[in-house]
Design a protein around this ligand. Structure first.
Ligand SMILES: Cc1cc2nc3c(=O)[nH]c(=O)nc-3n(C[C@H](O)[C@H](O)[C@H](O)COP(=O)(O)O)c2cc1C
Length: 201
């Protein structure tokens, strides 16, 4: 079982990145040995251009290693901060680069991050607009990390909210792992035909 975690903030000292590392540690403790963490902090991936579809050597060098890791994953955790009520542009760019096959028919857990009481807009945005061509299958559960500055620090929960959030994260990751195992059957069924139907409607 391999899970990829995408930390979707461009900020260098992003809280989303810290949350992504926390999720990484939880998955490790759960016994998931194969993990890949792609952080968009510092904008490692340029904005999509036609070269990404044309086997451009520069794109090949930059995106190729990420694509290999993503292709071999069974499920994804998408960590998205709320920026102006939206998902950061770099995360949307990531989904453009993923194209139609890397994430297809594999489960995704959405984890959103807010410094205050936000976090629901990115959930709605991802559920509405990032799956059509990627075919990522968001599981029904998601996690909203509010007041991120005060939670998920160290091994011990700081208070009741931090403790409840840690329990919710662990539960949601366990659900993700079950979907990851179950959806293999769909991909191996022989029904999926991305050559004939590359794009969703
Ligand atoms: C450009 C920008 C816009 C933001 N807009 C919102 C927002 O609409 N709602 C919100 O709850 N937090 C907003 N925040 C604060 C984030 O919740 C905060 O930065 C948090 O740490 C998650 O983002 P990060 O992973 O980039 O650190 C914004 C932050 C930035 C940098």
């Amino acid at each position: 079982m391999k899970i990829s975690i995408i930390a979707g903030s461009h900020r260098r000292e992003a809280e989303s990145q810290r949350v992504a590392h926390y999720l990484h540690r939880v998955l490790e403790k759960m016994g998931v040995g194969n993990l890949y963490l792609l952080s968009l902090s510092g904008n490692p991936l340029p904005l999509w251009d036609e070269g990404a579809w044309e086997d451009d050597p520069q794109w090949h060098a930059l995106w190729g290693p990420c694509a290999t890791e993503l292709r071999s994953s069974d499920g994804y955790v998408i960590v998205a901060p709320e920026w102006s009520g939206m998902v950061p542009a770099g995360l949307k760019n990531f989904f453009l680069l993923c194209g139609t096959d890397l994430l297809a028919h594999k489960p995704g857990l959405i984890v959103t991050v807010s410094a205050s009481q936000g976090g629901v807009y990115p959930v709605a945005e991802l559920r509405m607009s990032s799956y059509k061509n990627t075919r990522i299958c968001y599981i029904p559960d998601h996690v909203v990390v509010r007041n991120v500055g005060q939670v998920l620090r160290g091994d011990q929960a700081a208070d009741e909210y931090d403790s409840a959030l840690r329990a919710r994260i662990e539960y949601s990751l366990r659900v993700l792992l079950e979907y990851a195992a179950a959806l293999r059957q769909v991909r191996e069924s022989g029904v999926i035909d991305l050559n004939r139907f590359p794009y969703g409607m």
